[in-house]
Design a binder for this molecule. Sequence first.
Ligand SMILES: Cc1ncc(COP(=O)(O)O)c(C=O)c1O
Length: 365
Amino acid sequence: MSNGSGFAAKLARPNILELQPYRCARDDYSEGILLDANENAWGPPIDAQEILERYPDPYQIPLKEKMAAFRGEGVKPENIFVGVGSDEAIDLLFRIFCVPGKDKVITTPPTYGMYKVCAKVNDVEIVNVPLTPDFDIVVPDIIAALTPNVKMIFLCSPGNPTAKSLPLEDIEAVAQQAPNVLVIVDEAYVDFSQSSAICLLSKYPNVCVLQTLSKAFGMAAIRCGFCFGAPDVIQLLNNVKAPYNINQLTSKMALQALEEDSLKKLQSNIQGVLVERAVVAAALEQLEFVVKVYHSDANFLLFRVQQSAKAVYQYMADHCGVVSRYRGTELHCDECIRVTIGTPEDNKAFLDALQKAYQIVTQQQ
Ligand SMILES: Cc1ncc(COP(=O)(O)O)c(C=O)c1O
């Protein structure tokens, strides 16, 4: 399988470059009496609105076209991989670019936990280049950590759990100064923020951007994520993925979500979350036991309490039915809790629970 002499061909594992991708029955014929894929023309044993007996489209071109139009910046379908959430793309990138037991990736803790999990699964070493206590990347430190075996750099913007967008100049500086490494910008929360690195794709073949329908689109259940990148990188993702990774129901709903009316509703939902984010942040700032509320470019807030964050988080979950996330074990996040912005009722319940939990937990100590 030839992948030209581009960036991907220089970085990918030789076995991946040689790979002859699986050929689906539908690659040869897609019309007629289809008796070529061992499906069951008698149909499913349930009353379904959808055609369920046929394998779904392995290429998802209409979805890619709609997503390309939505994101703009000259993005074309050949710049887009569609995955079972962005988590699928993360795992495939490890499998494509990192030789197990030999290659390494750079991450910038505190950051999203799946990079570490995928690294472990694929027997790839993580090189940690910490964020500053203000949650910025340190470009010279990232560049200093490069070795010939570092194949990928994961930058999360807006970050999880930091909630902070990285300045585009910093991301570009990394892409520019690490031209032989794949720089992956995880933008799961991008629709709540102001800036995206998609504009860097036309300039830097070593940049990939991950996005998802799980967050602002509110469609975590359908598992649909995207990797945007240079066509040769995207081609490798398509070669390696399971042939029918995106199921028919997911595809249909994702297409629906990108219709004009849905996009209007998306914007109003985002505005609603942003208004509530400001309300919750202001309420947290008023609490004397809250030491810091971090700036947020996402749909969650990270905040620090004076003491006992873990016990407070646990009390809220066990006794108030309000589940947040204790993040105190993450770098620079001691005594920190991360809370997702919910509906106004959810948020009020959270603020009440937090005050009650803090009072009871600290009285007991
Ligand atoms: C930073 C980040 N990236 C990726 C994901 C995974 O997204 P998906 O649902 O598309 O797999 C998450 C989910 O929490 C996330 O926080």
